[in-house]
Design a protein. Structure first.
Length: 474
């Protein structure tokens, strides 16, 4: 099946998150001269008049929203010739020379600077290190091979052999110097070395860390397995001393590179506010107040109908008029489709607003598609990148779709709700005698949820919860 440009545009608009839609509208405002902003509220746009050009034929579709320089020059010439008769020509042009502010320049001036990367940060420090030039050159090579976690995972000898210069001795001299740069632990080749470098910094500050250094050198595997009594017995220290040393180690940074050049969390703008009214009914309010409201220029419509205008100019304007109408129609269709999807989702997930994630029910997209009478792909596009604001927080719309199971009492429970129950069980367990995966599965079965041990382990790993033996407190 061949998709028309209108259908492709409608699918693209439907899939865009709210912030991306704002950018798309700004691009269209820049490229399409017949589009204007309106001050009308609530997303209302100027209604097209009956005599506006209709949609394009199949032969015209490929030419929509595309203009040549020659046509644009004719349009400018026509505007100059009939300036006194056209209202739009009487408007003063915005000009930086006239002392008016340029919105795009203001936006660029107010945009935050990009954060420095870890490599840039290290190279700035390396420039002030006092070392022979071969060592300095080797240090720059080492720094450029440090990953985003702050580790130097390349074999030093192989790196030295791959470089024509400097000599291998320069690389061996440069690495310890790089490892003394900030943040502490950067340039380490493994976790043990990373933590030891940070302990050296602690010792330089006057803190006693001999036990911590000993534990890292001799008992790193036992620490990972949480074998604290065995560590205490073999190290000939008390359990309390081991726990205090492990507390010190837990404050060290396992990924020092993440301290520098961290990416800012993406800004999320919800598409809708979902809440319960006083009668307990779900109310969906679309949050599109920041979207530019569009209208079609009356002046360009008049020019498209004027017999005095050049035929090429009229055709150029008509193509842009049709493109503008398609865009406005696609935005209106997006608003309607997203609203209907959200309404149907929370008709099923209403109890989530009252009780939280444990009340989520299984909800495949095919169910919503069937209720709305649309294809599943349309529902998938409608929820892609969309967020909703609820009393339980701002959540991705896609998170309300999941499979599930039926309890022994005949109640449908989603897998997300089961994960919530699992986490609650682990949070409330006796840390001196934590539950293993078999015991968690048995407790869930007592609540009517039949689940295998391997599924418990899978969900526990998804939630980044260690196994029972590693959760044990001594």
């Amino acid at each position: 099946m061949k998709l028309s440009p209108q259908m492709i545009q409608a699918m693209e608009i439907l899939q865009l998150p709210l912030l991306a839609l704002q950018e798309r509208i700004q691009q269209e405002l820049t490229s399409n001269p017949v589009l204007e902003l309106t001050e009308l509220g609530d997303g209302q746009a100027e209604v097209a008049e009956e005599d506006e050009p209709a949609g394009p034929s199949r032969g015209e579709e490929s030419a929509v929203a595309r203009s040549s320089g020659q046509e644009y020059e004719r349009l400018e010439e026509y505007g100059r010739e009939h300036a006194e008769d056209l209202e739009w020509a009487e408007r003063p042009r915005r000009s930086a020379a006239a002392g008016e502010r340029d919105g795009k320049l203001d936006m660029l001036a107010n945009a935050p600077a990009l954060p420095a990367t870890l490599i840039d940060y290290l190279l700035e420090q390396w420039a002030f290190v006092d070392a022979p030039e071969p060592v300095k050159a080797a240090g720059r090579v080492i720094i450029t091979n440090i990953d985003e976690d702050g580790y130097f995972r390349v074999d030093l000898e192989e790196l030295a052999r791959s470089e024509a210069s400097p000599a291998p001795e320069a690389f061996r001299s440069a690495l310890p110097l790089v490892q003394h740069l900030d943040p502490p632990g950067v340039g380490a080749r493994d976790l043990r070395e990373c933590l030891l470098i940070q302990l050296d910094a602690e010792a330089a500050a006057g803190r006693e860390v001999s036990l911590e250094r000993r534990l890292l050198n001799q008992f790193l595997r036992e620490i990972e397995l949480n074998h604290i009594p065995q560590i205490a017995r073999r190290a000939q220290v008390s359990v309390a001393q081991v726990k205090a040393a492990l507390e010190t180690l837990s404050r060290l940074e396992a990924r020092p590179g993440r301290v520098v050049g961290q990416r800012a969390a993406p800004h999320i703008q919800p598409d809708a506010l979902v809440e319960l009214d006083d009668a307990g009914q779900v109310v969906v309010s679309m949050r599109e107040g920041d979207l530019p409201h569009l209208k079609i220029s009356r002046q360009y419509r008049k020019m498209a109908q004027s017999r005095q205008a050049d035929a090429g100019v009229r055709e150029f304007i008509r193509r842009n008029l049709r493109s503008a109408q398609w865009l406005m129609g696609a935005i209106a269709q997006r608003r309607q489709t997203v609203r209907r999807v959200i309404q149907e989702v929370f008709a099923t997930q209403r109890e989530f607003l009252e009780r939280g994630p444990e009340a989520l029910r299984p909800l495949p997209m095919s169910d919503i598609a069937g209720k709305l009478g649309v294809h599943v792909a349309t529902v998938s596009r409608a929820v892609a990148g969309k967020y909703v604001q609820t009393s339980r927080g701002i959540l991705p719309l896609r998170s309300f779709f999941s499979g599930g199971t039926t309890t022994s009492a005949g109640q449908d429970v989603s897998w997300d709700a089961i994960r919530v129950k699992l986490k609650e069980l682990i949070d409330k367990e006796d840390k001196n005698n934590p539950l293993d995966d078999d015991q968690i599965a048995q407790v869930l079965q007592q609540d009517g949820v039949r689940i295998a041990r391997r599924t418990v382990a899978k969900y526990r790993n998804i939630l980044n919860i260690p196994p029972g033996r590693q959760r044990k407190m001594y």
